[in-house]
Write a protein that binds this ligand. Structure first.
Ligand code: HEM
Length: 509
């Protein structure tokens, strides 16, 4: 039975199953081991003991290299508005049509045991079990990201995780990277506003961030970005509240999601599209393949198309949430990736990490199983548990006919030609325009600019002087008072005074 269906029988505690070894042999007492006499050595023949120990020894699988801490639940998506002018995507082709889904929310940088309320972007993933395959949204709760060149991702992530020598989180590494890669400024503005500490997973929005293409069977397409807005309204913690929650209940978001669903108080999100035709995209003020930029909603309004609700908790966290495997490359007819280089590399990275984390047959794990999949050319491998396509030929055989559906990729408009180059987009003044706009928006919400300054100061104060100085300069480019305000809030609380700067600045950088 696939995990996208409700289990036929949930836990039936009234039944008394016969306890056995893993090969089904009944065992009298699970807590006694075979031995010679009362105090004698153990017997190698005790399969029950060895079975138990050996399985225990192998219980852990690698945690996700990022987004390790998360929580999830099942639900249902419903189309609310007709968008057949944009796409032939099966799941979206009829108002009222419903599709089952599973969602997982996560923090990014912390390990599996880290606090849910940490200052961090949040992952926002949803897998839809459509009639034409699984379509995954692997989104964040911010509409932009720290970088626009994918080769920077592993480098960037290293600086947000632990120092290789001290094994501690390291403010100097953290800001050293951000202040020398200032295309990150926009995301930094989000992260250090109170938006960086959501109140719960239920109270945050999700954004595709990347541009995708919605396509039609004639090969035409439009560029889109997807927004999911929580129907509960966005709600955040202050820095102090988030810190207090981390101390009191590190699993607060996990607990909140599980308990509210268990109580029948189901969270839901309304889904919108921003749409640009290829021609509009050409003359658009912002590069639509630059993940550090939003499409301002005044220029590209939101168009509603659906809603999803989460209404069922997993029966088993490891089986259904730890083993769920999302990928931006899990697509279906009617949607395609854009040329955004970060998206393009993510298309590779996720299935690659799943093969490492879960094994080559990760799509056979029940929570990942599509409603129907038939690919007898993919055979064998570790944990081939779906019958391995039985006697079906493992090559395109003249003795076994298959239907190849005519799925036409978009052909119009995008024709690429050019020499291979390895080039980053340079950081220019343009990169500070949207961060400055966000600073203005924070100014319209009472106390948010003050909180932002305090949030940065509390973190940045632990960094070395040279890094702090460079970071003030970055914030000055966003707004000329902002750098000064942050400096004034940071310096008095820093344990590494500026006077030591000359001697220490380069130490350990
Ligand atoms: C070059 C850029 C990126 C790379 C190489 C990358 C790579 C990864 C990897 C390897 C994982 C672990 C997946 C797993 O073990 O299941 C992951 C998780 C995740 N990433 Fe990324 N990532 C990138 C950028 C992004 C961006 C821009 C977003 C959002 C727009 C994003 C959203 C997520 C989410 C939501 C998860 C958690 C998925 C889950 O819940 O299982 N990532 N990423």
């Amino acid at each position: 039975m696939a995990a996208n269906e409700k289990p036929a029988g949930t836990l039936r505690y009234e039944e008394k199953p016969v306890y056995t070894t893993s090969n089904g042999c009944p065992v009298n007492d699970p807590e006694s081991s075979q031995r010679v006499g009362q105090n004698g050595p153990l017997l190698l023949q005790d399969f029950h003991l060895i079975d138990l120990l050996a399985h225990f020894d192998r219980e852990r699988i690698p945690e996700r290299v990022v987004h390790a801490k998360g929580a999830g639940a099942y639900g249902e998506f419903e189309v609310t508005h007709d968008i057949s002018d944009l796409t032939s995507l099966d799941m979206l082709n009829d108002v009222g049509k419903k599709t089952k889904c599973v969602a997982r929310f996560s923090t990014v940088g912390g390990e599996k045991g880290s606090p849910d309320s940490a200052r961090d972007p949040r992952g926002f993933s949803v897998k839809f079990y459509t009639e034409e395959g699984n379509w995954d949204w692997v989104f964040n709760n911010t509409p932009i990201f720290f970088l626009r060149d994918p080769s920077k991702f592993p480098i960037f992530i290293h600086t947000q995780k632990r120092n290789p020598q001290t094994n501690l989180k390291d403010a100097t590494m953290f800001w050293d990277y951000l202040s020398t890669h200032q295309e990150s400024a926009h995301q930094v503005m989000h992260l250090f506003s109170d938006r960086g500490t959501p109140y719960s997973y239920r109270h945050m929005n999700g954004y595709s961030g990347h541009t995708y293409k919605l396509t039609k069977p004639d090969g035409t397409f439009n560029y889109v970005q997807i927004h999911c807005k929580t129907d509960l309204g966005s709600k955040t913690f202050t820095n102090a509240e988030a810190g207090q929650m981390a101390a009191e209940n590190p699993d607060s978001h996990t607990q909140d999601l599980f308990n509210t669903i268990e109580d029948g108080d189901y969270p839901s999100w309304t889904c919108y599209l921003q749409v640009l035709s290829p021609e509009q995209a050409e003359s658009f003020r912002w590069n639509i393949f630059d993940l550090t930029k939003v499409w301002p909603q005044k220029e590209v309004p939101l168009r509603p198309f659906g809603k999803f609700i989460l209404n069922r908790n997993p029966e088993n966290y490891f089986a259904e949430i730890e083993q769920v495997a999302f990928s931006p490359s899990h697509m279906v007819p009617g949607v395609e990736p854009s040329a955004d280089p970060v998206l393009q590399s993510r298309l590779f990275s996720y299935p690659d990490t799943h093969r490492h984390r879960l094994g080559v047959n990760y799509q056979q794990i029940p929570v990942n199983q599509p409603l129907r999949a038939f690919n007898p050319y993919q055979r064998d491998g570790i944990m081939a548990v779906n019958g391995n396509y039985g006697a079906n030929p493992n090559y395109p055989s003249t003795y076994r006919n298959m239907t190849y559906k005519p799925v036409k990729p978009s052909q119009e408009h995008e024709k690429w030609a050019g020499a291979a180059v390895a080039q980053q987009l340079p950081v220019t003044e343009e990169d500070f325009v949207q961060p400055a706009m966000l600073w203005e928006v924070l100014g319209k919400q009472e106390g948010q600019q003050e909180n932002f300054v305090g949030n940065v100061a509390g973190h940045l104060s632990a960094a070395k002087p040279a890094v702090r100085q460079r970071t003030y300069e970055m914030f000055t480019k966003i707004n000329k008072d902002l750098g000064k305000r942050i400096e004034e809030a940071t310096e008095p609380i820093s344990p590494h005074p500026q006077s030591q700067a000359a001697g220490n600045a380069q130490a350990r950088l």
